[in-house]
Ligand binder design. Structure first.
Ligand code: FDP
Length: 338
């Protein structure tokens, strides 16, 4: 049994949203609660997925041309089911696992939100019991939007909320509505997200970098100069350790708490991923809002991520995200080296 100290107040997510957080619009409160519900459902299933034969590929290929894990589809369905159940004024679901937006008739045409999400980030980790995540963002929809998606394709600075869940040893829900970053931990025994930290600040500088370094030969001179600097001698601004778990959420979470940088650059090689791998609207933009709200930064190597205007819902973008000092260094070396 856990010791009750009588010193640390226990604050559950729903109470925090309704009472402790600065005044928040009611629809957003319900939307965040519903995200929490979907995350609880996914977290619970992940603990037994191996025993239920739910690991491995589904055999399908998604809109990104990537193999779909059975748990990708399952987690996506959890989000659809939770939001189709009503309660939150979400009219539009945009997911990594859905080629086109899914419109929820209950709120169609009324003032409402779009929920953008990657239901299971890092899904190649499912088979090895590695870190996994969920990433989400909320954007406002114009009244009477119909099935025209144009109003959602604004810069990330238009997001009204963003966050992620990390399914690690503990399940954590980290979110912002533009007034700082809060983290809640799921207490499985009582089925509640309980406040862990408020107004998290990312260190100005860290000691680790996260990247798939096997792609080194495909990067521009500027990106290679950045890697040279990070891995060079400590007295010349280097001495960083590599930490890469293969799930954006896990690697970003380390940066949020300890500082450092995560990068997924574009590739120069012909036929390579010129825009990197990560998707802007439901991966990079939400994490960039979290980074900035915690005092960090996020860049495409050319501009602030939150200023980048997408042209499609599944667009990819290169990303350099984390502590302000390392992201500024990435921008500087990219500008100098190309
Ligand atoms: P995954 O494809 O396993 O879902 O979002 C895509 C992502 O994982 C990120 O979570 C992760 O940072 C990255 O891809 C890993 O890509 P590499 O395998 O190319 O390193």
């Amino acid at each position: 049994m856990a010791t009750a100290s009588a010193e640390a107040p226990v604050i559950a997510l729903d109470r925090y949203l309704r009472a402790t957080a600065p005044k928040m619009e009611p629809g957003l409160i319900v939307t965040l609660e519903q995200v929490g519900l979907a995350v609880k459902r996914i977290a619970s299933e992940l603990t037994v997925a191996a025993l239920r034969g739910e690991l491995g590929s589904s055999g399908a290929i998604n809109v990104q041309g990537e193999e779909v894990e059975k748990l990708d589809t399952w987690s996506n369905n959890v989000f659809i089911d939770v939001f189709a159940g009503g309660g939150a004024p979400v009219s539009t679901l945009i997911s990594e696992e859905l080629e086109d937006p899914r419109y929820l008739k209950a709120h169609h045409g009324r003032e409402s939100y779009a929920l953008l999400f990657d239901p299971l980030d890092g899904s190649s980790n499912t088979d090895v019991n590695g870190s996994l995540g969920t990433i989400f963002a909320v954007r406002r929809r114009k009244p009477g939007h119909g099935e025209d998606i144009a109003d959602v394709l604004g810069p990330g600075s238009e997001q009204i909320a963003a966050g992620y869940a990390l399914y690690g040893p503990a399940t954590m829900l980290v979110w912002t509505t533009g007034t700082g970053v809060n983290a809640f931990v799921l207490d499985h025994e009582i089925g509640e997200f309980v406040l862990w930290r408020e107004k998290i600040r990312m260190p100005q500088r860290g000691k680790t970098y996260a990247v798939n370094q096997a792609n080194l030969s495909k990067w521009s001179p500027g990106v290679r100069a950045l890697l040279d600097r990070l891995t060079g001698p400590k007295d010349r601004g280097g001495g960083y350790s590599l930490r890469y778990c293969g799930a954006f959420v896990g690697d970003f979470h380390r940066c949020l708490l300890n500082g450092g940088i995560f990068l997924y650059p574009g590739e120069m090689t012909s036929g390579g991923k010129s825009k990197g791998k990560l998707r802007l609207m439901y991966e990079v933009a939400p994490m960039s809002m979290i980074a900035e709200q915690a005092g960090g930064a996020a860049s495409t190597g050319r501009q602030r991520v939150l200023d980048f205007v997408p042209t499609s819902i599944h667009e990819r973008v290169p990303v350099y995200i984390g502590s302000v000092e390392e992201v500024a260094l990435a921008d500087q070396l990219k500008t100098e080296g190309g």
